[in-house]
Design a protein around this ligand. Structure first.
Ligand code: NI
Length: 163
């Protein structure tokens, strides 16, 4: 296992639509182990493949009581609304309030390539939505009004300079 370098805004891979995962082999398993390790090391609750520079529809998460690998994820249902603070390892964890559905159902493939569905609410639902967005080349800041988005980016760039 090894910790991978986390890609950060505005790296292009973060804005690309990921390619489908096609091979469910040992290599994928090892990649996911690295992704979990990278995520835990960064104190994150979710990490998508584009965040380590791979243009792939894949994420791992360990949020509340849900720990899973999701290949080729899609959100097949959502309802309600929640509004709370969200951050992203690729944007230096600078937080912003994002409005999201309160509940979401994820459909994805596990490491064996088997399809599964999982429903979540609250923080874990937010994580499903945030990570699935990454696979579609979308960042949480893309959900914000333009001014708010610019503010977060400016803050992120400033914090990065201080590091
Ligand atoms: Ni993120």
């Amino acid at each position: 296992m090894s910790i991978r370098k986390i890609t950060e805004y505005p790296e292009e891979v973060l804005a690309q639509i990921g390619k489908p995962v096609e091979k469910f082999d040992e290599e994928l398993e090892k990649l996911c182990e690295d992704m979990f390790e990278t995520m835990y090391d960064a104190d994150g609750v979710g990490l998508a493949a584009p965040q380590i520079g791979l243009n792939l529809r894949l994420f791992v998460m360990d949020c509340e009581d849900i720990k899973l690998v999701a290949a080729n994820p899609e959100i097949i249902a959502s309802e309600g609304e929640q509004s709370s603070s969200e951050g992203c390892l690729s944007v230096g964890k600078v937080p912003a309030v994002v409005i999201r559905p309160a509940k979401a159902t994820l459909r994805a493939q596990n490491l064996k390539g088997e399809w599964f569905e999982r429903e979540a609410e609250g923080y874990a639902a937010r994580c499903f939505l945030h990570e699935t967005d990454h696979c579609d080349g979308k960042l949480f800041i893309d959900h914000l009004p333009k001014m708010r988005r610019e503010m977060i980016i400016t803050k992120f760039k400033k914090e990065k300079r201080w590091k």
